[in-house]
Design a binder for this molecule. Structure first.
Ligand SMILES: Cc1cc2nc3c(=O)[nH]c(=O)nc-3n(C[C@H](O)[C@H](O)[C@H](O)COP(=O)(O)O)c2cc1C
Length: 200
């Protein structure tokens, strides 16, 4: 019995990812670049949250965050991560496991300079993941920072920047009828990607 689309057969996971992401970018209602990023704290307890992938190529996938946040601290102590995209409009999931590290400061500077001014102020104002007593404290910080930088260019906060996820394995999951889904896993071994299928 042949069910649904032909099997996935790409040899390079980034080429397949590029195709899927291009389609998701057309079809998803919002944030096709939203990725669940899982880290672990110093006791091995997992943590997960959404970040936005801003760029990807053969080197990896880049997102931006605050390095003093929970995720920033967790990455500092354990750079092994797992991440997952889900595109509801396509019935597709992409799972990644690998390492993550900071991108060069100059690249973070470049990206920060392209952000709109209000988001730049927001990056300074948020003490991401620290306890906030009241909402007004955040708004007060935002207003003070706005005033300090009035008519001035806003530099990138030293604690804010890009991270690159360097996957060692990437799994493509494609929804098929009768739960006979397609799963194609790529693994990076000695610089070469090999692939195999899994039962759904
Ligand atoms: C759609 C969406 C996009 C987000 N994008 C980012 C992002 O790119 N970078 C980031 O630091 N947080 C982003 N967040 C907020 C994070 O999910 C999270 O609340 C924040 O980074 C603090 O996480 P932490 O305490 O685990 O460090 C996003 C949240 C949502 C729902």
């Amino acid at each position: 019995m042949k069910i649904g689309l032909p099997r996935l057969t790409e040899e390079d996971p980034f080429i397949l990812f590029d195709k899927w992401f291009a389609l998701a970018s057309k079809r998803e209602f919002s944030d096709p670049n939203a990725i669940s990023l899982s880290t672990t704290d110093s006791s091995g307890f997992p943590n997960v949250r959404i970040v936005l992938m801003k760029k990807f190529n053969h080197d990896g996938l880049i997102f931006f965050s605050n390095s003093t946040s929970a995720k920033g601290r967790e990455i500092e102590s354990n750079s092994k991560i797992a991440a997952c995209f889900y595109w509801k409009s396509l019935g597709r999931q992409v799972r990644l496991r690998g390492g993550v590290k900071k991108i060069p400061k100059a690249e973070s500077d470049r990206y920060f300079s392209t952000r709109d001014r209000k988001s730049q102020i927001g990056a300074w104002a948020s003490l991401q993941s620290k306890k906030l007593q009241k909402r007004e404290d955040l708004e007060k910080r935002y207003n003070e920072i706005s005033l300090n930088y009035k008519n001035k260019e806003i530099p990138r906060p030293p604690h804010w920047g890009g991270y690159i996820i360097k996957p060692k394995s990437i799994e493509f999951w494609d929804n098929r009828p009768y739960r006979l889904h397609e799963r194609l896993v790529f693994e990076l071994k000695k610089g070469k990607w090999t692939s195999f299928n899994l039962f759904p």
